[in-house]
Design a protein. Sequence first.
Length: 576
Amino acid sequence: MYREPFTELADLRKLLNWLRKLNGDSSPNICVFSGTGRHWFWSLKYSMQGERGYTVWGDSLRSSSRGIDELTGIPFSALVKRYRDGLIDSRFKIKNLNSIKPLLGLFYISDLGYVGFGLITDVDFDVYRNFKYWIEDEDRRWLIRWRMRVLWIDDSIRSLLLKHNDYGEFEKELSRVKDELTINKILRDLKILTITNNCLNNEKSNLTWSRIKELLNDDAVDAMVKFYEESTMFKQFPPGTQLPGGFNKGLISEVLSEIKGKLHGVDEALLRRFIVSALLGNVMLVGPPGMGKTTLAELLAKVISGSKGYMIKTANSLWFRRDVIGGETIENGTVKWVSGFLIKAFNKAAEGLGASPFFLIIDELNRADVDKAFGEFFTIFRSPNPEDWELPSELINEVREWVNGNKADEEAGEFIRNYDKYGDEALRKLRVIAVINAVDLRNLFLIGNALVRRFQVIEVKCPSNTTDVEGIVNTLKLNIPIKAFGSIINYIRYLRSDSKLSRQVCVSTGAVLNALHVVNGMMQVGELNPSDEQALLIEFNEALKSSLGVVSTRVLHKIDERLEEFRRQNKVNNNE
């Protein structure tokens, strides 16, 4: 974690926004880190598959001719001094965020050029260990290492890093991209010494910074976030291999486009993470109501496995073992074993074995008493990873006895036949997607760590701005006048920016869309005057309150207060 005063720098977007504002005396110090393509390949791979977003570089005692820092005794004194003096004041205290002078490193591949840069976060003098993929000999031991938060990598290099897990294949394509390197073109005429690691003087640092900071735009931030999301998703799979269900890496984007076209306001990085997580194992979607969690789960299941490739169950407080797994019941005066939905889902997975997974979607999971209903679920699903899943022999024997005695339903007989044929292989084609609404938790059952550990947990957060609404308004075919709609959008932004209110209620995408449709409908039937901006805003607020799923009069009253504050500040008038 980042310590004070640097906590905001943990967010890449905030970090880059802060860096872009640095000028003059606060401009970063810059060093150049030169090495072979092989060394940089593995260092950048570390940022993808080791510590996401952080790369490492190093130097050896052989470079000590360039000085050992007197205060720390660490070689490469130019680097250490710039790092230390930029962060520590004369009293040996950490400077505040507005007075530090950060240290950046340029990534330089010999015979190729500059491929990226990053913020140096820590320096380590380590005699005991080496970075696995750096070649050493008796004359060169990598004793000093520094870690860097990756800020930017050229897009052509990013694509090669995602494409290749072996340096040999990566190396073959380097010459092809040499003339495409953006940063190389920007810095070419500066004639910076790049034979080995070195730090630039103030004049050259300032000139270099004035050029490379232009690369840190919003599109670059989005590209880097997407790059590290993709690298994390696919790190388990060698290039060209198939993901579960026959989906290779290239087809993830096709699944994504299918879902995005039918779902509003969900972050693309979250969607990518969810798609791959659901292919790999069980997923739990957590977040406020109205954010499309259940719709998202159902869309994914339809796109991947078709309309018959999933089932949805909505939990309730009366569930117990018989509903989930199965158990005894009385039918026509006779005791009989009846299958629960997990047994039925197992049979469905067995039917389609070798094709796509079968999805079991459990909606509002926290409305069930987990201890009462999901005991054997814990035993069967030991982790989110299908390789760890196993049906207990006690359950198999129990069902088999009822089937052999002709006292079980047809699903139970099918279950035994499928198990005898496929064993746990059919179970591992099953995917459970649980949906939890993080609201009114006092009135619901506690989930507990035992159940959460069986899932990859993905949080669907409440929007903090209005991009979710602005991005879809053209598809809604609303007749609300542009000026009035602008006031509504600004009001939504005003509500969502209120941190106190946001802790009590989520102004969700679904609630906003419902309210917009209500206002639009009232205009169409003549109940609202389209030119009355004030009336439209008031009616929107009423419709929004009724769509939030909130019964607390205190919260509803606060929303009304925020509307009045917004109207005063923005002077929303009648008949304008």
